[in-house]
Design a protein around this ligand. Structure first.
Ligand code: TMP
Length: 222
């Protein structure tokens, strides 16, 4: 199963990813994040967050190339081993930050969709930009070049315009516990077998592909 967690900076994605992994420990989760720090594209993008942003075209290209490498080298191998993958930021970050309108976001998604694996579920954490910015300043002390008010407002409106069966919206303006509870409720509503530790399809990975070396505890039923 492939889970993405996305939303504006300061929404609480990283905390939620860690907590989800803890709650799904029986499914041997892999937690990961984008941009990665392992490719030259990811490293350049991380550097740009504090030294100065690249052009929109270069950002689209670099985030996409970093994502394809991440998919082939980390995400797909974990899914093939029947692990749950929980990814902190994924394609919706590119739509939110590298496009200007919901229509452009749809168009860019259609362009990417042929190359990427679409998550089984993407949690979009919703919170006011002012709340997100306050949290960043409290935790990190300074804002990055992606974190000015107009950029985050535009990103927030694009995140909230995404629609489709694989999206779940979570109100992340309250406590950490509240965000986690909403997320777990939605996850179990969608995938009731998760409660028992039974995992099914993640992209093209099927339950029956899980080998003897899988760490999964497979419960009956579901
Ligand atoms: P981080 O704060 O989660 O490490 O991400 C760094 C910044 O990268 C964040 O402010 C949002 C931005 N970003 C994009 O603009 N497009 C993308 O596709 C991704 C993955 C991140």
């Amino acid at each position: 199963m492939f889970i993405a967690v996305d939303g504006i900076d300061g929404a609480g994605k990283t905390t939620l990813v860690k907590q989800l992994a803890h709650h799904l420990a029986h499914l041997n989760p892999l937690t990961t994040k984008e941009p990665t720090s392992t490719t030259s594209w990811g490293q350049r993008l991380r550097q740009s967050a504090f030294e100065g942003r690249l052009s929109r075209e270069k950002e689209i290209e670099f985030f996409h190339l970093d994502r394809l490498h991440h998919l082939e080298n980390k995400i797909k191998p974990a899914l093939v081993s029947c692990r749950v993958v929980i990814c902190d930021r994924y394609v919706d970050s590119t739509l939110a930050f590298q496009t200007g309108t919901p229509a452009q976001a749809d168009q860019l998604f259609a362009y990417f969709a042929k190359d990427i694996l679409v998550p089984d579920v993407t949690f979009i954490l919703k919170c006011h930009v002012s709340v997100g910015m306050e949290r960043i300043i409290r935790e990190r002390g300074k804002l990055s070049k992606f974190e000015d008010l107009p950029t985050l407002e535009k990103a927030r409106s694009i995140y909230e315009s995404r629609s489709g069966d694989n999206y779940e919206y979570v109100d992340a303006s309250g406590s950490v516990e509240d965000t986690l509870q909403q997320t777990l409720d939605a996850l179990i509503r969608r995938f009731p077998y998760l409660e028992n530790g039974l995992i099914r399809s993640g992209g093209d990975v099927k339950f029956s592909d899980c080998g003897d070396d899988s760490n999964l505890k497979i419960a009956a039923g579901g």
